[in-house]
Design a protein around this ligand. Structure first.
Ligand code: MRU
Length: 360
């Protein structure tokens, strides 16, 4: 997608070095950094220089590749995967990408592993882009149908950032929106700010602006009100892990949006790349929920008066805080799962019908 006039992916290789957009500084500063060592890759994922389930997986792939370039032994491969796998617990794409890297590299002679690892990481990235493009095309049909029945733009509410910057390109929840925009269907996005890290305010709003998609930033609590007034045509969110029966784990606050959508008869869709399906789990409450630093709750990051990006405390010094980063929306509240193979019902049968090869 575009930043200014230039097309970017969120991770790429340039002159043999792995480059990422350091998302901690967006929207006020656009910083590209090189990641090289295992410590840097682990910090990039854990401390959210990159974030979003698909991009976390892609970054881990390149983390393994860089480690293989230094030491391609079995011990290095196992140790690298272990360190990276421990960085964030909820997004299953991390485990998926590390398994894919290990399965591709372990059978090879040590001397061949580094080049094969870079090729495999690049393939994971290209696959992500194509999956998301397909999600966009399937989601586009849902938006097209709604557009045909109303005047004015189709109003989509989204939570967190499941945009191109959370993936390698296109995004998951945003891909149908970008496809509709490109197809000339008027589309407008209500962007939940998404406390505590404000991925909506800082990332989704930024990327929609850069790409010229009409949107309004709203506080997290406004969605239910807008749905009651008929101002939201559909909700599309991303997911960090979806179980085999269609329970959806996503950024904290998603469940409340699903409840409000259900109460108001607003369709609630989840954009779901197949690497985000955890076929080993059925009940969403088995998914490990990351508990992040309370400082993300007691402080807010933004542009300070002098123009620098910084943190401001908003709560009393003595007040403790809790920071569960994800919640689970039960399948019964989900209208449909928009995958790269089509729209599935959020049920074991719905997912298995589209992915018989993976469900098995
Ligand atoms: O904690 P984050 O920013 O890594 O959260 C992940 C997300 O961006 C969202 O939960 C998203 O909707 C799913 S990933 C496309």
């Amino acid at each position: 997608m575009k930043v200014g006039d230039r097309h970017y992916r969120s991770i790429w290789v340039e002159d043999g070095a792995v480059k990422i957009i350091d998302q901690r500084w967006l929207p006020h500063e656009f910083r590209v950094v090189t990641v090289e060592t295992l410590d840097e890759f682990a910090a990039a994922i854990r401390d959210m220089w990159v974030r979003g389930a698909p991009l976390i997986g892609a970054t881990a792939g390149y983390g393994v590749a860089c480690a293989m370039a230094r030491d391609a032994s079995d011990a290095s491969l196992a140790g690298t995967c272990e360190v990276l796998n421990a960085t964030r617990p909820t997004a299953v794409n991390l485990r998926w990408a590390l398994d894919a890297m290990r399965n591709a590299l372990a059978p090879l002679p040590v001397a061949d592993r580094a080049s094969a690892a870079f090729a495999k990481a690049a393939a994971i990235c290209d696959e992500d882009v194509e999956i998301n493009r397909q999600i966009g095309l399937h989601g586009l049909e849902i938006i097209r149908e709604i557009a045909a029945k109303k005047d004015g733009p189709v109003n989509v509410l989204t939570h967190c950032n499941a945009g191109w910057i959370a993936t390698v390109d296109w995004g998951t929840a945003t891909s149908p929106i970008y496809q509709a925009h490109e197809a000339g269907i008027p589309v407008h996005v209500f962007v939940d700010e998404t406390r505590p890290r404000n991925q909506g305010a800082q990332l989704t709003a930024w990327e929609l602006s850069e790409h010229g998609v009409p949107h309004d930033l709203i506080v997290d609590n406004a969605g239910g009100h807008l749905m009651q007034r008929g101002e939201v045509d559909l909700v599309i969110v991303g997911t960090d892990r979806t179980t085999a029966r269609g329970d959806v784990c996503n950024k904290i606050g998603t469940y409340l949006k699903a409840l409000a959508a259900h109460d108001n008869g607003v369709p609630f869709y989840v954009a779901l790349p197949s690497p985000t399906i955890d076929w080993t789990i059925s009940d969403g409450f088995e998914i490990p929920i990351e508990e992040r630093s309370p400082l993300e709750v007691t402080k807010v990051q933004g542009k300070l008066e002098g123009g620098d990006t910084g943190w401001v405390q908003i709560s009393p010094d003595a007040s403790p805080a809790r920071n569960p980063a994800f919640d689970v929306t039960p399948a019964r509240l989900v209208t449909g799962l928009i995958t790269e193979r089509g729209v599935a019902a959020a049920s074991p049968e719905g997912l298995a019908a589209l992915f018989p090869d993976l469900a098995a």
